[in-house]
Each structure stands twice: as C-alpha cells, then as structure tokens.
Design a protein around this ligand. Structure first.
Ligand code: F6P
Length: 342
C-alpha cells in the first residue's frame, strides 16, 4: 500500500514526531510505502508529492514545525478541489489513502472526503487542546511549558518594578493554555474565553495581589471577552477560513488596569513563540504513539477514523466525535484555579 501524509492548519510541535512514528513502523512492520504531501490540502489537490523514506524521518521527533509544510487550504475549493478531482489525483500517483494530521477544520474536511469515498485516517493536533475526541492533543504541553517559562520571566521583571504584568497566550475558543500556564506560574488572575469577566473583577484581583506586596500577573487567552463584549478582540482582519485573527486583548486590558489601579502595567503577547521550536518529551511520546497507531489502524482497514488519547491509551474514534462541540474548560476546573487568584 502507498500512503500519503499531510499536515494541515496551524503547525504545532510534534507534527514531525507523528510522521516519523508512522513511517518507521509502516515501512518496517508492514512494508508500506509513504509519500509526503506538501503544504496540506494544497499539495494534495496539486499533486505535489515526494517520496518519504525511513531515511528522511531520521531524528525528526525532536524537530519543531513540519517537514511537509502546512496551509489552511479547503480541499473542496478551487478548480482542482472536491473529492472526485482529489481521488483522481491520488489514483494517478498510486496513492491508496492518506494520513491527515490536523485540527477541527482539517478533520471536518477529512470527514467529508471519507463520506465521498476517499481513504482517510485522522490524527488530531492543536496547541489549543480544543478537540473533544482526545484527552490531550500534542503541542499543548509544549505550549504550556513555553508560556510558563515566559511567565516566570515576566514575574522576575514585574517583581523588580512592582508592576502588573499582563501575559496574553493563544486560545481562540478555549482557555486551556492560560489555565495550565497561569496555574503553573502562580498567576493572580486567569482570563479565559469560557468565563467573561468585568474590569471591576479584574481590578479587584490585581489590587488584592498588589496590596499583599506582590507584582500582579494577569494571564489572558486571546479569545477572552470582557463582560459586555460580543466577540473576542480582533484588529487584524480575517484568516484563510474567514475567522477573525485574534490577538491584542492584553494591550486593551493593560492601560485600563493601569488607569483604574494606578499600578504601572505592561503587556506581552506570546503569540507564535508558543507554537515554535522543539516539542516537550510528553508531546514527542504522544505524537509518536499516534503515528504508530495510525499505521496499525490503516493496516486493519479502519479508514474514516482518527487515533486519539483516552486516559493513557491510544484509541480509535470516528471523525464525527472530534467535530462539533469543542473541549472547553469545565467550570469546576476554572473554579479550582480561581481559589488561588488575587
Ligand atoms: O488554532 C491554533 C492557533 O494557534 C490559535 O490559538 C490561534 O488563534 C491561531 O492558531 C493562529 O493562527 P495563525 O497561525 O494563522 O495566525
């Protein structure tokens, strides 16, 4: 069997470890052949393929980004788009099926292609950890580690000046990175998309920390909304999926905190630093196991499913389980963290 592999959507640390896991086991245990598909669905539609051998995945588990490249292309759009065209392109290159590594948008496309008769096997990825079908997605742990380290640094400079430091992290719809990194770094307030808050409440937490002689640390997800805001803050237009590009809420909050409290306040946006560089040990292991499980699933004929983490086991779940509802932060997890605020 000849299998194509693509990575689609925003990159995240661990993508290369999935590719390596799949190619190593697929070639040695099952005699599969692999082709790399360049830049996500864009390469699949254009027939932009290259041989992916065991040699090419050597040492890849520690390497960030994706050797395949990625894009936010919709497989149903454009003159070469659609299941029929794509099926023809794959057949011309003797490709029997694809391993598709992506987030919600990518898996929705994969689900539709499967329904239209193509052989697709999914591997979930997102640093936001917003997919319900998997307990954790690889990339998340690395992002939390990077954000935690950054906040530790913000705290030492904040402490020196007795300033309030606002740290903005990624998290379009869910606040997992903010919750975990904020808790790890001892934040005095964590602001997430699931729990809108008023300026009065934020100011009270900042003042309480400051009154105890601390330099307040406020962690905010990019998707957080102040009470009364209808949508998340965005001043950068739309992305390729026509969603508002987020980022900047930290800069909105900082001057308001300073004006209301009189405490000098600085804001830092961590942005894409959270997605770059080497994956953590946890993410390397999770991503590698998903790659191994993906080829097992293919050999056993489980097209139309994705591999996912449940507890400590890798399981197979239908695409539909990954779609629709997001893996939001449950209220009890937020309240647990909130006991440490202020
Ligand atoms: O979905 C993952 C994510 O990192 C979000 O947290 C963020 O809003 C978005 O991707 C940024 O996307 P881009 O790389 O296109 O700016």
């Amino acid at each position: 069997m000849r299998i194509g592999i693509l990575t689609s959507g925003g990159d995240c640390p661990g993508l290369n470890a999935v590719i390596r896991g799949a190619v190593l086991k697929g070639t040695t245990a099952y005699d599969l052949e692999f082709v790399g598909i360049r830049d996500g669905w864009r390469g699949a539609l254009d027939g932009d393929f290259f041989p992916l051998t065991r040699h090419q995945v050597k040492g890849l588990s520690k390497v960030g980004g994706t050797i395949l490249g990625t894009s936010r292309t919709n497989p149903y759009e454009g003159p070469r788009g659609g299941a029929e065209n794509l099926g023809r392109t794959l057949a011309q290159h003797d490709i029997d099926g694809m391993i598709v590594i992506g987030g919600e948008g990518t898996l929705a496309g994969a689900n539709r292609l499967r329904a239209d008769g193509l052989n697709v096997l999914g591997v979930p990825k997102t640093i936001d950890n917003d997919l319900r079908a998997t307990d954790y997605s690889f990339g998340f742990d690395t992002a939390v580690n990077i954000a935690t380290e950054a906040m530790d640094r913000l705290r030492t400079t904040g402490d020196s000046h007795r300033r309030c430091m606002v740290a903005e992290v990624m998290g379009r719809n869910v606040g997992w990175i903010a919750l975990h990194a904020g808790m790890a770094a001892g934040a005095h307030a964590i602001l997430i998309p699931e729990v809108p808050m008023s300026m009065d409440e934020i100011v009270a937490l900042v003042e309480s920390a400051h009154d105890r002689g601390r330099a307040p640390l406020v962690v905010v997800s990019e998707g957080f909304t102040l009470t009364g805001m209808e949508t998340a803050y965005s001043d950068k237009g739309l992305d390729a999926f026509n969603r508002p590009r987020l980022g900047g809420i930290g800069e909105v909050l900082a001057p308001q905190i300073e004006a209301r409290t009189g405490i000098e306040t600085r804001s830092t946006v961590l942005g894409h630093i959270q997605r770059g560089g080497s994956p953590s040990g946890f993410d390397r292991v999770l991503a590698t196991r998903l790659g191994l499980a993906a080829v097992d699933a293919i050999v056993e004929g489980h097209w139309g499913q994705m591999v996912a983490l449940r507890g400590t086991d890798i399981v197979r779940v239908p695409f539909a389980d990954a779609l629709g509802e997001l893996n939001t932060v449950p209220r009890h997890r937020y309240d647990e963290a909130a006991a440490l605020f202020g």
